[in-house]
Design a protein around this ligand. Structure first.
Ligand code: MSP
Length: 662
């Protein structure tokens, strides 16, 4: 089995992770899970960067100047609790204060020294503690570090050991030329090529007068500069300095996932360090974009940071777990570019992608199987149109995921979900179920829909592992966890499925603010409708008889409005009602196992045949109402000016039937 070793940046532990740092870990986890699904033996590394001055300062502030490692221990627990809540499936978690790392750092520093690449000198200049980087004047804007504009850089003058980075410029340029995929995406590669063009200076690789760090093997009065130390973590974790056989097995790393701000360290400094020590360089580095909050840089001090724990249990769907935020971070942001998060947008996407779209599809397939076939879907037919769509989705998914276009991989899977919703609407299983002569066709439709859901769940598994395991269980294809492989995404035309019904996987959220308003609701009396009340003299759009409407201009509370369930519906059939000038009998798809019949008083505005295919809005929770010998199950929304024919309230065609309006 081919091996795949991938890593994330290791985090400074002077503060808890925010959703920006979590973005990196979640997307790396999606790649790790995708590679496992694709059959690789994956080693996925995450960890903490502890030898930073800010970390030491924080430990001192907390009274732990004698025990900074104790502070780091506490932060490790906080970080790993967040990563576990987000279902990050790392295989190893490294900390730079571990003895294995000290051994690796000293070995590599000594090797570079032995190669003649380290010499003693004096550094005089600016240092940004938050970047932990030496800053030449040209990199400052108005005397401030552009990444940390609220802080003033420190002026330092100290004995440093320097690393001969300049020596490796030509080799780096050749490497970038020979391996264009070494740094992705292209925009990041171009930044580094410009930097190389401008020439490279040697860099400090040690700090004097500090005790927090790994002592230099050739001068224990100095410690290794935190970046020189941190980069080595990737080698440490697979045995460099402690287990050479293991190192030989796993090195070079296949992929470093890092933020766009630290590409220079990873694709210029790190390869040079490795070459100096006679080690191969990693195969690939991907520099992702930054996640912003409402268009602003995510920062604790600016109050624009989002707690990933809250995102993994959002107020609007507290029991949904981390899958909705994992989906948001992967699907809504082009991987490699910057992205944005707001709670409003997160809730909106939850409702559209999960509650209305995927969740509704799963419920629909399972409840139809239950209703028409007692929960057993027999293999039938040769796959039909969805088999082709699934094959194309799989090919696009593979291409995209292999190129780290994670957003496009998810879009491919969602294309299959949309096609399956459309297929159910077009094949109308509820109609087929009415006539036993259609039994074989009904079997084929149910199987085809269930199989397409299964394939979509396999493809979405790296993004939403728990939910996809649950979908597979419900549709009776329970291959999960490590046993699940991308090969399973191939269309299968055989095997009976025993479906398992369950509550909605992603109930639609209550709009923000309503929870506070939802005290004891005032009683609204809906009178039982009388058949004779609806006839040709009734108003154009039939209105349920209800408690008297509040006088014009009087406002109702949100709790009254929330009682009305407005939903998107698609008109499947329409016919004139015999003996009625105003009523049309509609058969509408509201995303339920069967379409509903609604009698609508819109005949003065429409011919029945004009209505078929329209996407409209209905009141879905009206009590069924007998009218002219037919039971009407809901009410369409229509507008009509005085003396004007009614015009239906239309909804966007892209909205799947059953989508909540309001
Ligand atoms: N400790 C160094 C990395 C050493 S790797 C050998 C570091 N730490 S950090 O805590 O500042 O950042 C960790 C990672 O989080 C970096 O890849 C950084 O780019 C990323 N991000 C920090 N804020 C981010 C966002 N707002 N959005 C996306 N990623 C962000 O740098």
């Amino acid at each position: 089995m081919s091996r795949y070793y991938l890593t994330t940046a290791i985090d400074y532990v002077n503060s808890r992770p925010h959703l920006g740092t979590a973005y990196e870990k979640v997307t790396a986890d999606v790649i790790a899970r995708y590679k496992r699904l694709a059959g690789f033996d994956v080693h996925f590394l995450m960890g903490n960067d502890e030898h930073s001055q800010n970390v030491y300062k924080k430990a001192v502030e907390e009274g732990l100047h004698n025990n900074p490692v104790g502070y780091c221990d506490r932060m490790e627990a906080e970080f790993t609790a967040v990563w576990k809540a987000l279902h990050c499936s790392y295989d190893d978690f490294i900390r730079t204060t571990q003895p294995r790392h000290k051994a690796a750092v000293q070995k590599l520093a000594q090797a570079a020294h032995d190669a003649g690449d380290i010499y003693e000198g004096v550094y005089e200049g600016w240092y940004c503690v938050s970047c932990e980087a030496f800053k030449p004047d040209k990199d400052l804007v108005d005397g401030k570090c552009p990444v940390h504009p609220t802080l003033t850089p420190e002026w330092i003058r100290e004995k440093n050991y320097f690393f001969r980075l300049s020596k490796y410029r030509d080799r780096l340029m050749k490497h970038f030329e020979a391996q264009p995929s070494f740094l992705e995406p292209e925009i990041r590669r171009n930044e580094i090529l410009r930097l190389l063009d401008a020439g490279l200076e040697d860099i400090s690789m040690s700090r004097a007068g500090q005790s927090w760090g790994v002592p230099l093997p050739f001068d224990p009065d100095s410690v290794v500069y935190v970046w020189f130390d941190a980069l080595i973590n990737y080698a440490t974790a697979v045995g460099y300095g402690t287990d050479e056989a293991r190192f030989a097995t796993w090195w070079p790393a296949d992929l470093h996932i890092i933020g766009k701000d630290i590409t220079r360290f990873h694709t210029v400094v790190w390869p040079a360090m490795l070459w100096s020590a006679g080690i191969e360089v990693p195969r690939q580095v991907f520099g992702h974009g930054w996640l912003h909050y409402g268009g602003q840089r995510m920062s604790k001090s600016l109050g624009t940071s989002v707690d990933p724990m809250e995102a993994a249990a959002p107020k609007f769907a507290p029991d949904a777990g981390p899958d909705p935020i994992r989906l948001y971070l992967t699907k809504e942001i082009t991987y490699g570019s910057d992205g944005d998060f707001t709670w409003e947008r997160f809730e909106e996407r939850y409702n559209v992608d999960l509650a209305n779209n995927l969740g509704n599809l799963v419920s629909r397939v399972v409840s139809m199987a239950d209703k028409y076939r007692g929960g057993r879907i027999a293999a039938a037919g040769d796959g039909g149109r969805l088999a082709g769509v699934a094959g194309e989705a799989l090919a696009r998914y593979r291409r995209s995921m292999d190129a780290f276009a994670l957003h496009d991989g998810v879009a491919a899977a969602y294309g299959l979900v949309d096609a399956t919703n459309g297929f159910i609407a077009d094949s109308a299983p509820w109609k087929l179920a009415k006539d036993p002569a259609n039994a074989a066709r009904l079997d084929a439709v149910l199987f085809e829909a269930a199989e397409a859901v299964r394939v979509a769940a396999v493809l979405l598994q790296p993004v939403m592992p728990s939910s996809c395991a649950e979908i597979l269980r419900r549709i009776g294809a329970p291959v999960t966890g490590d046993a699940l492989r991308l090969d399973h995404a191939a269309w299968q035309s055989a095997g009976e499925r025993a479906t398992i019904p369950g509550p909605p996987m992603w109930p639609r959220s209550v709009p923000p603010g309503d929870l506070q308003l939802a005290g004891p609701a005032p009683e609204v009396k809906i009178q039982p409708a009388k058949e004779k009340s609806v006839d040709d003299k009734s108003p154009a759009a039939p209105v349920a008889e209800a408690a008297p409407a509040p006088p014009a201009g009087e406002r109702i509370g949100i709790e009254d409005f929330l009682k009305v369930e407005l939903k998107v519906a698609k008109v499947r059939e329409a016919s004139a009602m015999p003996k009625s000038k105003k009523l049309i009998r509609l058969l509408v798809d509201v995303g339920e196992p069967e379409p509903r019949t609604i009698l609508a008083g819109i005949a003065e505005g429409y011919q029945p045949e004009q209505l078929v295919g329209k996407t409209i809005v209905i009141v879905a929770n009206l009590k069924p109402r007998p009218m002219m010998g037919t039971e009407s199950n809901g009410m369409v929304l229509a507008a009509s000016g005085p003396g004007q024919p009614p015009i239906l309230v239309a909804a966007d065609d892209s909205l799947p039937p059953g989508t909540r309006v309001g």
